[in-house]
Write a protein that binds this ligand. Sequence first.
Ligand code: SF4
Length: 283
Amino acid sequence: MGSTLSINNHRSDIIGLKYVYPVLSRRAGGLSIGINFNTNNTCNWRCIYCQVPDLKIGTAPGLDFERLAKELRFFLDDVLNGGFYDSFRVDEDKRTIKDIAIAGNGEPTSLKEFTEAVELIGQIASEAGVFPAADYVLITNGSLVHQTRVQDGLTVLNEYGGQIWFKFDSATEAGRKLINNSGQSCRAALENLAISSRLCTTALQTCLLDYDHRGLPDIEKQAYLEALKTIKNSCRLRRVMLYTIARPSLQPEAGRLQALPVETLNAFADDIRRLGFDVSVSV
Ligand code: SF4
């Protein structure tokens, strides 16, 4: 097979499966196994940097549990015992499963059977010996965490030692509307963040970008720092992860977006560290 899996190749269909896809992750330094519930490319937000093709507003379709189980077992076996790494010419030093990440093409917590799906993935990865060595990660915009069925899923994730990467790109209402096209207030997002951090280890994931050559506006920086101050005692955050856009957006605003310089991210990271948070920067 002539394919090469690179850090730039996130194609979910590269191995021909519906729910499971490999990502050679720059952040993780190895193989990240993605699980995509949103096979219909749906999310309740529309972030202007989103890389989901043909993104639509909506929820994940009903999950075919049998197929997910079959795909995950098959793929884990191919990685652990088969020829996956050779087939995709994966560098020797990256031949390790770093995490299984529920992410994919939309908001995964919109899946009605979210809890059952988290349980199934946890069971299969544990049986295969992948957990607890590899991380179990949920990447979410956090907007549905107030729902009991989502909280049940986060509780199960916690039972498998998992972690939540909670998206929080702006602490201003205007910024949240502009960047995420979200109607959820900053206050509601922070309430959900507090719930999330009570149920499971939670890290904040913040995408900072340059929109129309505005750089990182002071008003955004100050609001973000103020928001972190207000949650410092109510949320136990594992880390704040800052990043900027690395690949082209597939949204109409793509031409108006640019990555921020690493110096800008590092300076902002220092501001956040001064509040007592652990911060990482990736560009
Ligand atoms: S929350 Fe994620 S999937 Fe949804 S629009 Fe934003 S980047 Fe895309």
